[in-house]
Design a protein around this ligand. Structure first.
Ligand SMILES: Nc1ncnc2c1ncn2[C@@H]1O[C@H](COP(=O)(O)OP(=O)(O)OP(=O)(O)O)[C@@H](O)[C@H]1O
Ligand SMILES: O=C(O)[C@H](O)CO
Length: 524
């Protein structure tokens, strides 16, 4: 530990030389945090990620390094919250080779996009792609069941001459329900709901969904065999695991009924499973062996992640550098309880802002806490090294960027979301850390533009939050204990700390931005 800590020992102050001015663009530091978030979201727009991943050259196309030949043999399916915009872009680039397509997208999305002036993410009136809306409130329903049936049929009809392009984004699991008979849609929905209510992780949830579905866990690729299958994936899961994003419909994976049973057991649901579920789990053969055309083929696919939290953070880093900050990406995989996550950001801010050498206890606590919230020791060391240089070597302003999906323990009945609650808690952690002209600023925002059941995506806070709330007679502790962060931020200073980007049409989880201004120099 002593060796690790010595890495962060500040060097002698270098004075003003080499310092950058983070306010050169006349933006407040709060606006700079918002601009950084905007750049993160912009980088993962559905049309942008598709455009960047498809290289068309005459009648051939290169995707993820693989060259494919087009001869009016292109078919398209898709499912997920960002898929409409992805499909619109594919049709613009490859439409002349497109035979037909079916996509399953959230209920009401076309009208919403129209109302928000996002018609570039809509299909043309004469599109060859059929749009099917469903899964109200992100839950599988009869409409998404019909869409899944249409997608399965399209895949099943393909031959070895065809190329199937599959567009996948978050929310895809609910938009592609195909329960294995005799499981009914209602039974599958109940299992999913009960698991989610019991606090199952997305890994657990989608492992169970895969085992009960005809199309998840490689089932779609199997149905499309012998056609070539290429999937373009916008990831909303930490670490971008192909088999879990939308439950991996084009990723063949081994199914272990024991694993599924142990998940159900862990959440005390095994004894109340319907007979149909236990019957399906008891079968020895692969799920799709019965009643279908290619009973022994698993189906191969090229799976390419074309947008992710990492992409968003990288582009945010570019933008923040233009704004005069030195960026450092902490991690795209921050998870765990928001209390611990807020403590970590508070410690990093203290570490960066300390005018003298920070006490070694800070780095020690950072290294202890980080792994508990999904951040590797190496990333913590690297980040502290950059922050140490910012403080001691005259680099000036620094920006810590991170992303992921922390969790909130819901104990109250208020309105809020994990981003607003995190920002509120970080605001408390930053108390007392004011630096002229303005102290560190923290922003947390959901890239889908929606944080829990609220109109906001997140919030922006700083060291002045506590005093500001007190002056307006708002008791932060009671808002926190009631999970009422949205009400708090709406009432505080007429809601000016809320982050409200509106509909963003994408989702790569959350983005965290910690802006540390240049530390006033010590004249020795
Ligand atoms: N009052 C609240 N305060 C804090 N967090 C809340 C509150 N109500 C719900 N949440 C959290 O909000 C999350 C659900 O919100 P949201 O719909 O933004 O989730 P999501 O995981 O981003 O979904 P998706 O990936 O499908 O968009 C859950 O993690 C839940 O714990
Ligand atoms: O659809 C899903 O399964 C989740 O959004 C994770 O990708």
């Amino acid at each position: 530990m002593a060796r690790i800590l010595s890495l962060f020992r500040p060097q002698p102050f270098l004075g003003l030389l080499g310092r950058r001015n983070p306010t050169f663009c006349n933006m407040s530091i709060d606006s700079q945090a918002r601009e950084t978030f905007r750049a993160a979201v912009e980088a993962v727009q559905p049309d942008t990620v598709v455009r960047q991943s498809i290289e068309r050259n005459g009648d051939s196309v290169v995707i993820d390094g693989r060259r494919l030949t087009l001869s009016h043999n292109l078919h398209l399916v898709g499912f997920g919250k960002a898929v409409l915009g992805m499909a619109a872009e594919v049709e613009r680039i490859l439409g002349d080779h497109l035979v037909r397509g079916v996509i399953s997208v959230p209920h009401g999305i076309q009208q919403t996009l129209q109302q928000h002036g996002k018609s570039h993410l809509l299909l043309e009136a004469d599109s060859r792609i059929k749009v099917m809306e469903g899964a109200k409130h992100n839950l599988p329903d009869d409409d998404s069941l019909k869409a899944a049936e249409g997608i399965k049929q399209l895949a099943t009809d393909l031959t070895e001459k065809d190329l199937l392009l599959v567009l996948i984004s978050g929310g895809g699991s609910a938009l592609l329900p195909a329960p294995i008979p005799p499981i009914s849609l209602q039974e599958k929905l109940d299992v999913t709901r009960r698991l989610a209510a019991a606090g199952a992780t997305i890994q657990e949830l989608n492992t169970v969904r895969r085992a009960l579905s005809l199309l998840k866990g490689g089932g779609l690729a199997h149905h499309a065999h012998p056609a070539q299958v290429v999937s373009l994936i916008l990831s909303d899961v930490i670490g971008d695991p192909l088999d879990l994003i939308a439950s991996g419909p084009t990723v063949t994976c081994e199914m272990w009924p024991e694993e599924v049973l142990s998940i159900l057991e862990r959440h005390k649901l095994l004894s109340s499973m319907p007979a149909s579920v236990t019957q399906v789990l008891a079968r020895q053969s692969p799920r799709w062996k019965e009643n279908d055309k290619h009973s022994d083929s698993p189906g191969e696919a090229l799976n390419a992640v074309i947008g992710s939290n990492t992409v968003a953070l990288t582009c945010a880093g570019r933008r923040v550098r233009e704004l005069g900050f030195r960026p450092v990406v902490l991690s795209p995989g921050v998870c765990g309880n928001v209390r611990l996550v807020s403590r970590l950001y508070g410690l990093l801010a203290r570490f960066a802002c300390s005018r003298e050498e920070p006490p070694p206890e800070i780095a020690a606590e950072v290294l202890r806490l980080g792994p508990e919230v999904g951040v590797e020791s190496w990333d913590l060391c690297r980040t502290m090294q950059v922050l140490g240089e910012g403080r001691a070597e005259g680099w000036g302003a620094t920006c810590v960027l991170a992303g992921g999906e922390p969790t909130v323990e819901l104990t109250g009945k208020g309105r809020g979301g994990r981003n607003q609650e995190l920002a509120l808690r970080v605001g408390l952690e930053l108390r007392g850390l004011e630096l002229p002209p303005q102290g560190p600023v923290f922003l947390s925002g959901g890239t889908d533009g929606q944080d829990g059941p609220t109109e906001a995506a997140g919030a922006v806070t700083d060291a002045g939050l506590y005093d500001e709330a007190r002056a307006q007679e708002l008791d932060i502790d009671s808002f926190l204990s009631n999970n009422d962060s949205y009400t708090f931020f709406s009432r505080l200073s007429a809601g000016e700390r809320l982050l409200v980007p509106g509909l963003t049409c994408t989702n790569v989880m959350d983005v965290h931005v910690l802006l540390i201004p240049a530390i006033p120099i010590k004249i020795s």
